[in-house]
Write a protein that binds this ligand. Structure first.
Ligand code: F3S
Length: 294
């Protein structure tokens, strides 16, 4: 009997990252087309790496796409297309792009853009914005940059307990999209037990949770499970952890060349999932290898 291979539907890029990566490839085609028509083809830049995947960034670099890291590098440009990645950026970056007469192609994930709109509106209405998330993360920095007054960022229980804002503060809470839901709820409960006036917008995106729930379900049925993703990717490691608990024979690989698969005759189902920054072609390669060889 042939073994069955099942790929998790939510394996790999989430909607927002896929959209951003596709946007860069589209721009490459647009500029190529312009050059073919004898028009002025513009250099393409992404503001920060479009995704935390070296192979994708290297492929884009080979196609002429460069990464700019900060506002100073942006200021030094005189022409080009600037692609904003799915994490989004602060308003000041859009202003700078406009001021420098550069072309902005905005691939901010709509779920992140929604947070920008909330904090902009609420801070203009006089609310104190409190972001639950990691202060050093580019998404959080971007959100802060849409607030008309200084936002507060809280990540831990201790930080929430020691929060000191004016006693009449009217607080609007939002969350980094990838923050853990249970922890978010716990932090909100602490805040709500204080004397502050609090309104909460749950802006957590469920792409990560969906990927984890689906991986768990697939691993619970599979005899062998393969998790594909970067060695340093924390969300891939988490997937591996979840799958290993459900399926004793779980492999963690970066690419097909890491896979030294031995499948005993008794195996009926092989499951495959992948971390958020694993490109589709790598997932496809692994999938067709297993289908061909076993
Ligand atoms: Fe991805 Fe957008 Fe959610 S980038 S994780 S779909 S917020």
């Amino acid at each position: 009997m042939q073994i069955e291979v099942q790929l998790a539907k939510s394996a790999g890029f989430c909607f927002g990252v896929k959209r951003a990566v596709d946007t860069v490839y589209e721009q490459i085609e647009i500029q190529k087309e312009a050059a073919a028509q004898g028009k002025n083809a513009l250099p393409i830049y992404t503001y920060g790496p479009i995704i935390h995947n070296e192979q994708v960034v290297a492929d884009l670099e080979e196609k002429g796409v460069r990464v700019i890291e900060d506002a100073a590098a942006l200021s030094a440009l005189s022409e080009g297309v600037i692609i904003i990645r799915s994490h989004g950026v602060e308003k000041a970056i859009y202003d700078l792009i406009e001021e420098k007469h550069l072309t902005c192609v905005d691939a901010t994930c709509p779920f992140v853009k929604r947070i920008h709109n909330i904090v902009q509106k609420e801070s203009e209405n006089g609310k104190q914005i409190l972001i639950i998330g990691n202060a050093g993360h580019p998404e959080v920095e971007g959100i802060m940059g849409w607030c008309s007054s200084k936002a507060t960022v809280v990540e831990t229980i201790d930080e929430m307990k020691s929060l000191q804002l004016p006693s009449d503060a009217d607080i609007c809470v939002v969350s980094q999209t990838t923050f853990n839901f249970n922890k978010f709820q716990e932090l909100v409960e602490i805040l709500e037990s204080t004397h502050y006036n609090v309104s909460v917008a749950n802006t957590i995106c469920n792409a990560t949770e969906e990927r984890q729930t689906e991986a768990k379900e697939l691993a619970s049925r599979a005899d062998v499970m393969i998790v594909v993703g970067g060695a340093h990717s924390s969300n891939t490691r988490k997937l591996y952890e979840i799958c290993s608990k459900e399926c004793a024979t779980t492999y963690f690989i970066q690419t097909l060349s890491d896979l030294h698969l031995e499948i005993p005759k008794s195996v009926r189902l092989v499951g495959i999932t992948a971390g958020a920054s694993t490109p589709n072609n790598i997932i496809e390669e692994v999938q067709s290898y297993v289908r061909r060889n076993f």
